[in-house]
Design a protein around this ligand. Structure first.
Ligand code: ATP
Ligand code: MG
Length: 444
């Protein structure tokens, strides 16, 4: 008891066993697959716990995104218990146990306790492989933040807390386990995780954990672009995308990841555009609606594409090839830092290519545009541009109306654009970028 108290005061690591129910964590909150994995591994004589983010989120009264299990069984032993399990990863071997939920496959990730022994590192201190197994205490010490080193035992309904994670959760603190500088060097992505988790969970990064970040931010340049893309996705779809980007910038972490951010924020219209795009995403996530990564990346990079496109057309390149070139150049530039997977990249480019076509309101073109599979996303993108003054509001209003009215009225609307003098309304000024409009014509 006294040792526990001293440990608490001095914040020495040590096992604390807590009644899970007392913290609002119950068996029924746990994914049935994760429960099954724990129960069956325990029946087979192993230790098995729900670990990390799921326990943290449940204590905070939030709905966990995923349920991970940690065990002292080796990957091969886990596979022996679950024949359909797959061992994956090289740098960090883990086991995927598949379950079926509402006709869809869901994966429970099972990791074997990592050991404390020195893992091989590169010249910057980055851990290259981490496949040395150990016991639960060692595993807890290898996790990133104190609030992530929590283990829930569903059969005993207990939480094992090795680094005062529950205290930190109650105090709303995000603290690195061990020496923050060393831990960031081992894996620089932990800097991004600190930003995301603090924004998403409303936790304050403690001064010691925050201090080394600006100096170590450039280490992110050594991280493979596919992993950075995954982290960027997690940031953007955290439900607090704007806060995450602002915190990234505050710590200088946006530079290796998304250097365009400074330029976007320096102009009120592009800043408003980005903020609106991210706010829409956050709202959709809060309402449990699907979100499109292609749309979001289209918004994040549009300014760069548009600027380059205008430069190229001003240098008398034909508009459509100029737009395609601008898109490809921006994609290549971004690719070095963030490997945007092809499926998102294609959607993003389709949304961009539709933009000049909205300006073509003659003949059959508006009808043909509406038949495009990506029309809806392109139209939403146009609305967003209009809301921020990046394109005439009249154009977006026209398209909103065009979709609502019947065929004859549509023809009348097109006629009015062609010949505004005949319109019963006052003629309206149209700010139209001739080259952009021509581009759309060429595109057909
Ligand atoms: P969320 O799932 O809500 O994004 P999380 O903390 O659960 O957040 P995961 O990627 O699911 O993140 O990781 C599960 C657990 O694995 C974490 O809670 C943490 O204990 C550990 N972990 C993940 N990434 C790292 C890392 N880079 N370094 C050390 N431990 C990590
Ligand atoms: Mg998780």
């Amino acid at each position: 008891m006294i040792r526990k108290l001293i440990g608490k005061v001095l914040r020495r690591p040590g096992r604390q066993v807590l009644h899970a129910k007392h913290y609002g964590v119950r068996r029924e909150h746990i994914h049935h697959g994760a429960l099954k994995v724990c129960d069956r591994l325990q029946d087979a004589g192993f230790e098995a716990y729900v670990v990390g983010g799921a326990v943290r989120d449940l204590i905070l009264g939030k709905h966990p995104k995923d349920f991970d299990v940690a065990t002292n069984a080796t990957p091969e032993q886990v596979k022996h218990v679950f024949h359909r399990a797959r061992i994956i990863g090289r740098r960090f071997r883990i086991v995927h146990v598949p379950f079926w939920e509402h006709g869809e496959e869901e994966i429970i990730e099972v990791t074997t306790f990592r050991g404390a022994s020195d893992a091989p590192t590169d010249a910057t201190g980055r851990i290259l492989r981490d496949n040395v197994y150990g016991n639960i205490e060692e595993d807890a010490a290898r996790r990133d933040f104190t609030v992530n080193a929590l283990y829930y035992d569903p059969s005993r309904e207990e939480i094992l807390d090795f680094h005062h994670g529950v205290d930190d959760l109650t105090g709303r603190k995000l603290a690195m386990i061990g020496d923050p500088s060393l831990r960031y060097r081992e894996d620089p992505v932990r800097m991004l995780r600190a930003v995301r988790l603090s924004a998403k969970l409303g936790l304050t990064i403690t001064p010691l954990t925050r201090k080394p970040i600006p100096e170590l931010a450039p280490l992110l340049e050594n991280i493979p672009s596919a992993r950075l893309f995954d982290e960027m996705m997690k940031l953007l779809f955290s439900g607090k995308a704007w806060d995450c980007l602002m915190t990234l910038r505050e710590h200088g972490l946006h530079k290796p990841l998304f250097p365009l951010l400074d330029k976007l924020l320096s102009e009120p219209a592009t800043k408003a555009f980005l903020q609106k795009a991210l706010a829409n995403t956050d709202t959709r996530i809060a309402e449990d609606k699907p979100v499109s990564a292609g749309f979001l990346f289209a918004a994040l990079l549009w300014h760069e594409v548009e600027a380059l496109w205008q430069k190229k057309t001003a240098a008398s390149e034909y508009p459509v090839p100029a737009l395609v070139d601008a898109m490809n150049e921006v994609e290549d530039k971004v690719e070095k830092r963030l490997a945007i997977p092809k499926r998102y990249g294609t959607a993003m480019k389709e949304i961009w290519m539709l933009q000049p076509r909205f300006e073509q309101r003659i003949g059959q073109r508006p009808f043909r545009l509406m038949e495009q599979p990506r029309f809806r996303a392109g139209y939403d993108f146009l609305l967003l541009r209009a809301e921020c003054g990046l394109v005439e509001a009249e154009l977006a209003e026209w398209w909103t109306q065009f979709q609502m009215v019947d065929g004859d009225s549509r023809l009348a609307m097109i006629a009015r654009v062609a010949n505004p003098a005949k319109s019963d309304k006052k003629p309206r000024k149209r700010r139209r970028k001739p080259r952009a409009a021509d581009a759309a014509g060429d595109a057909e």
